[in-house]
Design a protein around this ligand. Structure first.
Ligand code: SF4
Length: 153
């Protein structure tokens, strides 16, 4: 099994501190974090993903064009960071090293174009400013990551 992630949710995972739209959403998010931390692979998908799952059918924003635009911005940034390795359909484990690299890029703003206009921006700014303390995603404890992300210019 792989965890299906829309591109901007790969960013959201970096600052996830257990807050979300509803208790069901948070519970589902926690299960996904646990799967990723256990070393289950992730795959980038278009449209609603496994994090969206508890919200589908509730009239939420998962299918809206503005959210697809957020994914496109995130995908462009992640592809740039990874030399194209992070693209739609790419399957990868989120090792601790990769999470650290992504968080370093997030903190500089290099991969945050997708965050423009998001209601959670203030929270995510604070989480990044305090060094991501309290975040729930640790990353998988992989001795040799199969692929290392690049670093931002
Ligand atoms: S600001 Fe919004 S889109 Fe950006 S990481 Fe936070 S929750 Fe995700």
């Amino acid at each position: 099994m792989t965890v299906r992630l829309r591109a901007h949710h790969l960013l959201c995972l970096l600052t996830y501190v257990g807050r979300g739209y509803s208790p069901a959403f948070v519970a589902g998010y926690d299960r996904i974090v646990a799967r990723l931390d256990a070393g289950e692979g992730a795959v980038l998908v278009a449209g609603p993903d496994d994090i969206c799952a508890p919200m589908l059918g509730a009239g939420h924003h998962c299918h809206e064009p503005r959210i697809a635009a957020r994914d496109a911005a995130a995908l462009a940034a992640l592809a740039g960071l990874s030399g194209g390795a992070l693209s739609l359909g790419a399957t990868f484990p989120l090792s601790r090293d990769e999470v650290a690299r992504l968080r370093a890029a997030f903190a500089t703003g290099a991969i945050r174009a997708a965050c423009a206009g998001c209601q959670w921006t203030g929270l995510c700014d604070q989480v990044a400013a305090r060094g991501f303390s309290g975040t729930r995603l640790a990353g998988a404890d992989l001795v040799t990551p199969p692929r290392a992300l690049g670093t931002p210019d």
